[in-house]
Design a protein around this ligand. Structure first.
Ligand code: VGL
Ligand code: ZN
Length: 204
């Protein structure tokens, strides 16, 4: 039994080609993620799952446009186009994602006033999703994180995993970035400072 868990972050239509917040070449991760999922005994998916008029949507803040920032109760928030609205096709997983081996789907960002890039802790840094408890009960100590987007939800999930005491790798070639004003380089330096390792599908 492989004591590691693959965490597949937000491989959803809105982050893929034609989606509301399309990550450049986001679709390319799908066949790689499918190959990875076949090799792990434990697979968890995260799913960005916002209510309408979510606080992270620029449309919720008169006069604001996507990719500007705003100060919310918990700090600075990047404003996004409306995306991954609960129950819409944009929020669904990419149709070619093979989710058959996933045992758990963690939905995040479902509180109207709190965003959640991380699969562990929401942006207020207090509200837990329950993922750390699940992994702890399953005695899974090694996490391999991939998906969309490298510099937001993948990075935050990996960082919180490392902070919670897991040994964490980011699978670089099975992830794609938004890269907003240097966010990708910043994410990699924070990841390496936190002890998160960088790997590729080909070297696993
Ligand atoms: C994400 C921005 C907003 C992500 C989610 O999955 O990386 N990015 N919501
Ligand atoms: Zn989101």
């Amino acid at each position: 039994m492989n004591p590691a868990c693959l965490i597949v972050v937000d491989v959803q239509n809105d982050f893929c080609e034609g989606g509301a917040l399309a990550v450049p070449r986001g679709d390319e991760v799908v066949p790689l993620v499918n190959r990875l999922a076949a090799r792990f005994d434990n697979v968890v998916l995260t799913q960005d799952w916002h209510p309408r008029a979510h606080a992270s949507f620029a449309s919720s803040h008169p006069g604001k446009r996507p990719f500007e920032t705003i100060e919310l109760a918990y700090g600075t928030q990047v404003l996004w186009p409306d995306h991954c609205v609960q129950g819409t096709s944009g929020a669904a997983f990419h149709p070619d994602l093979d989710a058959t081996r996933a045992q758990l789907v963690i939905r995040k960002g479902y509180h109207r006033d709190i965003d959640s890039y991380s699969g562990f802790l929401e942006a207020d840094r207090k509200t837990a999703t329950g993922l750390a408890g699940y992994l702890g009960e399953r005695k899974l100590k090694k996490l391999y994180v991939c998906g969309l987007a490298t510099d937001f939800c993948v990075a935050w999930t990996a960082l919180d995993g490392a902070r919670a005491g897991f040994e964490v790798w980011v699978i670089e070639d099975a992830s794609r970035a938004i890269d907003l004003e240097g966010s990708l380089a910043r994410a990699w330096s924070e990841l390496s400072a936190a002890g998160v390792k960088r790997t590729a599908l080909t070297s696993l």
